[in-house]
Design a protein around this ligand. Structure first.
Ligand code: NAX
Length: 345
């Protein structure tokens, strides 16, 4: 049976993350080896030459799954009939730019893009926002696509933070990342995020079917429970939250391949399911864990292939609640700023 191609629209396709994404999507890493894709590249006129260059290189790869590559600088064309949208292109913070200016500049991008998705995307469209400030940009896009596209089709990327957290824990415990499950990133994709290991588990190589609490394994390795908590508070949480800055300092440029990889894993798991425990994604809150309804907040999530659902019923201690509340307060302030612009209700 011949499968109809899935139309995947990537905004900011001429940028760094766009360049890292296109080839992996065309190779089948995101949707699987039996799903042909049609790529739509949306850029602003200044980014169009770079996108055209990427399109030439895609042709030179002769990917068997790549049905077509189409370029546009018009959101209404780029999102027409699209099944999956990765919103990567955003306005970066310029020198002297206040947060309100940054939010306003991005509202001018994500508002019209959301409206175009509402007007012309396929009925099954799902959208992930990568461009920063990702959570609030997703809020703006979802509000602008309503009522044509349900809000639960929109999410924002915190999978990179999740993967960074797993990487740090794997190093500290001297295990492979695959041994660690059920880590959570709560809150905003920003320095206020809360990387949480309270419910995380570790699979021991000598007992593959058995899972032990990760916190207990950390305490064993670091010389006690107090030492483990101190390491989490003083080393782990700040390192994960500041990892983007560390990459810029060492590499001289922001995270690119790891960000593209995270976006691919986010979409892959949303569409194919999460069989090995939960992952993290920022989704529209329905009031879970006291997070005000409508905010796009990172939670522990699972998918059965039909979209991310928040894992409910986990206990957070006082420390955890304080950290989540601080990040949610930042999300509320961002939402209130865009409310003032009249972009969301
Ligand atoms: P680049 O500056 O390399 O690329 C951005 C591209 O977007 C440019 O080619 C630009 O022309 C294009 N663009 C700007 N406005 C557009 C519009 N209205 N429509 C279509 N295209 C538009 O940035 P890059 O390194 O690719 O990063 C992209 C975004 O990802 C940034 O906002 C960045 O902050 C964000 N990130 C988000 C991460 C996350 O985990 N959520 C991690 C990585 C990254 O920092």
């Amino acid at each position: 049976m011949v499968t109809a191609p899935t139309t995947v629209t990537i905004t900011g396709a001429g940028g760094q993350i766009g360049y890292a994404l296109l080839f992996r999507i065309a190779a089948g890493d995101m949707l699987g080896p039996d799903r042909p894709v049609r790529l739509r590249l949306l850029e602003i006129p200044q980014g169009m030459r770079a996108a055209e260059g990427a399109a030439l290189e895609l042709q030179d790869c002769a990917f068997p799954l790549l049905d077509a590559v189409e370029l546009s600088d018009d959101p209404r064309v780029a999102f027409d009939g699209c099944n999956i949208a990765l919103l990567v292109g955003a306005r970066p913070r310029g020198p002297g730019m206040e947060r309100a200016d940054l939010l306003a500049a991005n509202a001018g991008i994500f508002g019209p893009q959301g409206a175009a998705i509402g007007a012309s995307a396929a009925v099954d469209v799902r959208v992930v926002v990568v461009g920063n400030p990702a959570n609030t940009n997703a809020l703006i896009a979802a509000a602008s696509a309503a009522p044509d596209v349900p809000a639960d089709r929109f999410s924002a990327l915190t999978r990179l933070d999740h993967n960074r957290a797993v990487g740090q824990l794997a190093e500290a415990l001297a295990v492979g990342p695959g041994a660690i499950t059920d880590v959570t990133i709560w809150g905003n994709h920003s320095a206020t995020q809360f990387p949480d290991v309270t419910h995380a588990t570790l699979t021991r190589p000598d007992a593959p079917g058995e899972r032990t609490p990760l916190l207990a394994a950390l305490a064993l390795r670091l010389g006690g429970h107090e030492q483990a908590i101190a390491w989490l508070d003083d080393v782990f949480i700040p390192r994960v939250a500041q990892r983007g800055a560390e990459i810029i300092q060492v590499r001289g440029s922001s995270s690119v391949a790891s960000a593209a990889n995270a976006a691919i894993e986010h979409v892959r798991d949303e569409h194919h399911g999460t069989p090995n425990g939960w992952t993290s994604a920022a989704v529209v809150s329905r009031g879970e864990y006291g997070v005000p309804e409508g905010l796009v907040c990172s939670f522990p999530v699972t998918s059965d292939g039909t979209g991310y659902r928040v894992v409910e019923g986990l206990e957070l201690d006082d420390r955890g609640h304080r950290r989540l509340d601080a990040s949610v307060a930042e999300l509320i302030a961002e939402r209130d700023a865009v409310r003032e612009l009249g972009v969301v209700r």
